[in-house]
Ligand binder design. Sequence first.
Ligand SMILES: Cc1ncc(COP(=O)(O)O)c(C=O)c1O
Length: 404
Amino acid sequence: MDLGVREDFPILRIEVNGHPLIYFDNAATTQRPIQVINAIKEFYETLNANVHRGIHYLSREASELYEGAHETLAKFINADFEEVVFTSNTTESINMVAWGWALHHLRRGDRIVTTVMEHHSNMLPWRTVAELTGAEVVYADVDDEGMPRMDELESLIDEKTKIVAMSGMSNVTGAIPDVEGAIRAAHQVDAVVVLDGAQMVPHMPVDVRKLDVDFLAFSGHKMLGPTGTGVLYGKRDLLEEMRPARPGGGTIRDVTLEGVEWAELPWKHEGGTPNIAGGIGLAEAARYLMRVGMDRIREHEKELTRRGLELLSEMEGVIVYGPKDVERRGGILTFNVEGMDPHMVGALLDAQGIAVRTGLHCAHPLHRRLGAEDGTVRASFYLYNTMEEVERFAHVLRSIVEGR
Ligand SMILES: Cc1ncc(COP(=O)(O)O)c(C=O)c1O
């Protein structure tokens, strides 16, 4: 299945090292379609002003567009407008929950349950607030495919558990854990679930109502949007009780020398002049994805992944990480070539115009657990990648493996 979207992505026409670019670094950041680029350009050319502050024409127009962008993102994940806070990325979204909610709700002896699979951005904020509050962080192990052990996760969730923090899709193995099971288990003890959706939201349909998740964090730049954009979704009551992690201009209704009355949601959590053009670009990206259809994107990536797994498994000396079953795995192929440094493999692929990521992908504990302390090579797909690209990548990789 070809989604017929490549023409919209100008960068995909460039050549790298004399070869047509094959961009397989989508888990790090994606490319932007012309519609997103134009939305940002048009904003700066015709409507640029600060939001929520002015009564003049440009400020009113800019405010309307910026608020509309929240509506679009709310629709994208089936949330209400008030529940969508714009941030700069997933890392900031998670930190806002850590500093605005967890810091004020955790007591000595409370538990934060998470997994060995997590990206550092969904690990270090919890460790830091745990240190400050006396709470403990406990980790469910993963199996040899890198999938969190759900039985272990559920057994760690006890009466002391206040937060369950986990990713909806691993940025290393592509593993898609049973998030719904974890949410049910957490809610039985009234724990709050923070879902790291950095890899999940851009690649599959996500409905926060259906999931019944409490907080969801994701990044705009991993879903065709501009860098410096992200979202924190939170259930309304939780966002109401959460303190602004960035209090300041724009977050208040009134301030006296004695006190403060916070602004209504979501503005209470958007301190300072926001990334207005970025938010507008992000909304354009979400509209683009909705037009193509998240179901179709997921199916397309499954096809590419299935073929990629098949081709890699035929190569002797290639170790592939992650689940074999594409139903439990996103469009991420992570591997190593025996006897070769992952960076060397990445450099040889780059010489043929193929962009992959090498290293520890901000998930050092998971790499240790998988016995890949020196890192891995990661090829990650998106809606504009094609079967031909997967086959050419496998062809080039085969020649690297054979020439080692
Ligand atoms: C699973 C996961 N969580 C969090 C992040 C952090 O995202 P950002 O760098 O946009 O804050 C990433 C980025 O790669 C990720 O893959």
